[in-house]
Ligand binder design. Sequence first.
Ligand code: PBG
Length: 348
Amino acid sequence: MVSSTPWSLSWPPERNGPYTPSVPFPQRRLRRLRRTPALRELVAETRLSPVDLVAPLFVREGIDSPVEVSSLPGVHQHTLDSLRQEVAQLVDLGIKGVVLFGVPERRDAEGSGCWAPDGIVQRALRQLRDDHGEDVVAIADLCVDEYTDHGHCGIVGPDGSVDNDATLELYRRGAVAQADAGADLVAPSGMMDGQVAAIRAALDEAGHPTTGILAYAAKYASSLYGPFRDAVDVSIVDGGDRKGYQQDPRNGREALAEVAEDVSEGADIVMVKPALAYLDVISAVRAAVDVPVAAYHVSGEYAMVHAAAQRGWIDGDAVMVEHVTAIRRAGADLVLTYAARHLAERLQ
Ligand code: PBG
């Protein structure tokens, strides 16, 4: 065993031998660095800053003024105009990334609004590029569920299940339309097998080799997406669910298989979603890959904090900071959160 170094702060103590205090008060050792706010700040292992946060934003076709989502206090379905103002304010607050979701006026079986050149997200992307150039990272959620009349993330086959390979063709079109409109990153969230490879090939073939892919790699069939579905006015036909394509919450190792596949197919960033109930997954993914890891602090996670805070049961601001910090501590480099703006305001 290595000789003891009484001043060592490393943990566990075995690393440098046992800690043998030569003076009294050994019990004060772990509390020394917690004594003042400045000391605590100096040694904090995890920091939260606006640049770590990505704001999810909704843009809706056919409305004249923004509509607040009742289950997501402070979050709106935006018009193109109000979106423009919101992004300008986020940029002023130091936020570097926004992810766009579209709410179309009309839906069809294939979700053609996803790739229509004048689809609502494509229009929003062009506007964003015009307004901010390279000052903001424009991320486009890439899925068809907001645009399909049945609410599934792909083409529904005769047996009612989602056809994997036929759906890839839709994602290829969506990715190219979003890149044409100026997306820096496309973010496939449909959990079809092979989606990252299909999208990478489509982008390259269309002359968009610099458009990146933020892959929703480990995305679970979670019950925490309810308020999001209010925000995009989506309900799945016949009371259906996404368990045939999204991951089973009981599985952790499977997330690593999903992540490995997405990285090998060309994902530039991998994402775990939801976040708080999957901190173990975030931590395992962080240890397994070298690409940046994102986590999506989803609608239900945000709504629960607001609901409890409204009843006066918790301090909502403090819990939100604690939650998002915990997601970072678990290993997420970036956090997609509906609290992005509010947190950024607090962090000024
Ligand atoms: C699918 C998509 C969903 C969310 C993000 N992208 C919904 C789903 O999978 O049903 C949920 C995000 C949230 O709950 O905040 N396009």
